[in-house]
Structures are given as structure tokens and as C-alpha cells.
Design a protein around this ligand. Structure first.
Ligand code: AMP
Length: 208
């Protein structure tokens, strides 16, 4: 089973992808995480990506597609979850020609909730667990003990720019999946447990 997660930054894609990958033995492929690995390893792609990501701009479609194709060649498990890809209509069209997708899940969360979440987001750089500094008062990840970080692009200028880019460039993809009858929309600010329950129900229908 191959899934795509679509949603504005801070809509909860990463958290949902983590839960789904465990539940259904799917490989979680986050293009944002792959790019941050490239940055940490100071590769050629990492050097290009660093400044773009900091400002909230997109990395070019060509570089992203090459990176995703390389990652898909290594995949194992019962399928994969693409988190953060496709993010433009061009990426969708290229993906549509060569990658089979069973379901796309769109997390539709309002902008005020997103701004509040991103402004208090803490991330574990190792296991990628997401915390809110408003609810979690420790400096270390409760799963793996790693020191938590604030993402460099979680500043208000970059957040605003990423939300605008999402509306203009990524949201149109939702309709592409709708036309293909593959779309599941999860509206509003429902709990992670409720989100997971709804997704599982829809995915069991795909499997049967
Ligand atoms: P994310 O962790 O998904 O929020 O991604 C962080 C940043 O990586 C984004 O703001 C973009 O700068 C870049 N990025 C991630 N995925 C893509 C993509 N599919 N196309 C272009 N840029 C991307």
C-alpha cells in the first residue's frame, strides 16, 4: 500500500506518518527529513537546500524528484508513505507517470492552529517525535533521550511564506487526487487518536 500525505507545514503529517508506518509496516519517506540529512552531511544538495529551506522556499523539482527516486529504490516493507512529496503540480505529474499511489490523505488544518503549533514546535532530530513547548517542559526526547531542537525554518517570516506557498503551489494537488478518487480529507483539529482511527478505517477499505 502506497500513501501520500498532504498538508500545510505543522498540519501533523510527520506524526501521522510515524504512526501509520508502524501500524502497516510502511516506509516513511519525508522529503523534508531527507533534505535535512543532506544538510547535516554537507552534501552538494545539502548546501543548495540549506538557504532555500531556511527562507521557506522550495528546492527545485528536478533535485527533489531525483532524491525521491533514489530513496524509493532502497525501499522495503509493505509499501511507503510519501510525506512532503509531491508538493507542486509538476512533481505530481512526474510521480503520476511512474509511482502507483493507493490513497492520498489531506490534513486540512486552519492557519491559526498551524501558526500556534509551529511557533511552539520542538523536534527530536533522531526519532523525529514532535512536541509542543506549551505542553512539554523537558529539553530531551522522552523516547530516545536526544536533546530537542527548534527547526531553523520555524520562525514567523518563514512560517508565513511556507503557508502562502502551500496555498498556491501544493493545495491544487488535492484536486488531482480527488479526480482520481484517491482522496481522504481529514478536516479540522481532531486528536491524533481520532485521525489515526479514521485513516485506518479508510485504509482497511483500500486493502479489502
Ligand atoms: P518539511 O519538513 O516537509 O516541512 O520540509 C521542509 C522544507 O524542505 C520545505 O519548506 C521545503 O523548503 C523543502 N522541501 C521538502 N519537500 C519538498 C518538495 N517536495 N519540493 C520542494 N521542496 C521541498
Amino acid at each position: 500500500m502506497n500513501l501520500v500525505l498532504i498538508g500545510a507545514p505543522g498540519s501533523g503529517k510527520g506524526t501521522l506518518a510515524n504512526a501509520l508506518s508502524k501500524k502497516f509496516n510502511l516506509v516513511h519517506i519525508s522529503t523534508g527529513d531527507l533534505l535535512r540529512d543532506e544538510i547535516n552531511n554537507q552534501t552538494k544538495l545539502g548546501v543548495i537546500a540549506k538557504e532555500l529551506i531556511k527562507k521557506g522556499d522550495f528546492v527545485s523539482d528536478d533535485l527533489i524528484i531525483k532524491m525521491v527516486e533514489n530513496r524509493l529504490r532502497e525501499k522495503t516493507g509493505n509499501g511507503f508513505i510519501l510525506d512532503g512529496f509531491p508538493r507542486t503540480i509538476n512533481q505530481f505529474n512526474i510521480m503520476d507517470k511512474s509511482i502507483k499511489i493507493d490513497k492520498a490523505i489531506y490534513l486540512d488544518v486552519d492557519q491559526n492552529t498551524i501558526i500556534e503549533r509551529l511557533s511552539s514546535r520542538l523536534i527530536c532530530p533522531i526519532c523525529k517525535t514532535v512536541y509542543s513547548s506549551k505542553k512539554y517542559y523537558k529539553d530531551y526526547c522522552e523516547n530516545c533521550g536526544t536533546k530537542l531542537q527548534i527547526r531553523e525554518d520555524d520562525n514567523i517570516d518563514s512560517i508565513q511564506s511556507r503557508l502562502t506557498i502551500f496555498e498556491n503551489q501544493t493545495k491544487p494537488i488535492v484536486d488531482c487526487f480527488r479526480k482520481q478518487n484517491k482522496l481522504l480529507v481529514l478536516e479540522g483539529d481532531i486528536s491524533p487518536e481520532e485521525t489515526l482511527r479514521k485513516v485506518e478505517k479508510a485504509l482497511n477499505e483500500v486493502k479489502n
